[in-house]
Design a protein around this ligand. Structure first.
Ligand code: NAD
Ligand code: TYD
Length: 336
């Protein structure tokens, strides 16, 4: 029987991964390690609570990580502090979880010869300009802008170094922006949806011209499964749907789908160091591993996501209040 350790499995992408793994690969024995920070929620795992083992704990705790890795065949490492705005406000937890936590996992997988898949982001490559159609590839130079992306870049470098120096069995994936059910209301799409549903005008940073490539969480996790099954050890894979939209376009689409006027949002001061555009070339994943995104129509994926947030108000109502209070207490620095 495969024994899989999923770190960060109570968060957005990790919980969707655990739920789909239980459905599709019932022979696996899954242990989730999650610190249940503000971003983790045990309710995200309630549909599969009886099918998994849940351990509340910190990837920065080396003894706990050692014990859990020792009893596993594979580790899928989602746990991270994941929000750029928070990292600008207070980078310390990002260093601890994203860098020290990944280091602890690497040392443990090295000790016990356990397979590791490290989940990362295309933000490690920095920003593309708006006036080209250049896209990130597996060979793009690392150039992170935010404390978040710098700590994710650090963790990627650690994984690569442990692969080359110690020969650990690891792969890395760098995915574009995700959306879908269970995403924390601090992030753009759920923040806007829940704002409209509670009578708050969405806030768009700067002029709203920044572009993101939106990939449905199920497509991200399908790619991770393919890499676990057939990925080449030591390799990196970029994951992205190709669906690029400016923040203004995303905002207007959400407003339209929720039957609001297209200009019912506010432009607010920009995020410092705000990356202009992210876009990936996922040719390698598509040709080598046969990945094709199922959500190739962003608007219909967005409509499904809106339905999920409409139907799951009790899931986000409390987090909405605390998140908006946190945003109000930490506006972007005045020099931005
Ligand atoms: P999330 O913030 O929703 O979830 C993170 C989870 O990690 C939470 O359950 C949290 O409790 C847990 N966690 C945080 N610190 C921990 C610690 N010290 N020990 C154990 N658990 C801890 O994040 P997400 O959006 O699901 O992202 C998951 C991974 O995917 C991250 O590594 C992120 O960098 C990467 N990623 C995210 C996106 C995106 O658009 N959300 C895109 C590409 C890559
Ligand atoms: P976010 O969801 O925080 O993801 P990331 O910064 O990792 O790409 O933000 C996505 C884009 O939306 C980014 O360009 C910042 C912008 N944004 C807004 O304009 N308003 C908001 O309220 C938020 C949360 C983000």
């Amino acid at each position: 029987m495969d024994r899989i350790l999923v770190t960060g499995g109570a968060g957005f992408i990790g919980a969707n991964f655990v739920q789909s793994s239980v459905r599709r690969l019932p022979h696996q024995r899954i242990t989730v390690l999650d610190a249940l920070t503000y971003a983790g929620d045990r309710r995200n795992l309630s549909p599969v609570a009886d099918d998994i083992e849940f351990v509340e704990g910190d990837v920065a705790d080396p003894e706990l990580v050692d014990r859990l890795v020792k009893q596993s065949d594979t580790v899928v490492h989602f746990a991270a502090e994941s929000h750029v705005d928070n990292s600008i406000g207070d980078p310390a937890p990002f260093i601890r979880t994203n860098v020290v936590g990944t280091f602890n996992l690497l040392e443990a997988v090295r000790r016990y010869d356990v397979r590791l898949h490290h989940i990362s982001t295309d933000e490690v490559f920095g920003a593309l300009s708006l006036d080209t159609d250049t896209r990130f590839t597996e060979e793009t130079r690392y150039d992170p802008s935010s404390p978040y992306s710098a700590t994710k870049a650090s963790s990627d470098h650690l994984v690569r170094a442990w692969t080359r120096s110690y020969g650990i069995a690891a792969t890395i994936s760098n995915c574009a922006n995700n959306y879908g059910p269970y995403q924390h209301v601090e992030k753009l799409i759920p923040r806007h949806i829940t704002s409209v549903l509670t009578g708050i005008r969405p806030k768009v940073y700067g002029a709203g011209a920044n572009v993101r490539e939106w990939t449905h969480v199920d497509d991200h996790n399908a790619a991770v499964q393919l890499i676990l099954q057939n990925g080449r050890l030591g390799d990196t894979y970029l994951i992205g749907s190709g669906q690029e939209r400016s923040n203004k376009q995303v905002t207007e689409t959400i407003l339209r789908l929720l039957h609001q006027p297209p200009d019912a949002y506010d432009l607010v001061p920009d995020r410092p160091g705000h990356d202009l555009r992210y876009a990936t070339n996922s040719h390698k994943l598509r040709t080598d591993l046969g990945w094709t995104p199922q959500y190739d129509d962003f608007e219909s994926g967005l409509a499904n996501t809106i339905t999920w947030y409409r139907e799951n108000r009790s899931w986000w109502q409390t987090a909405k209040l605390t998140t908006e209070a946190r945003y109000a207490a930490n506006p972007p620095p005045a020099n931005s």
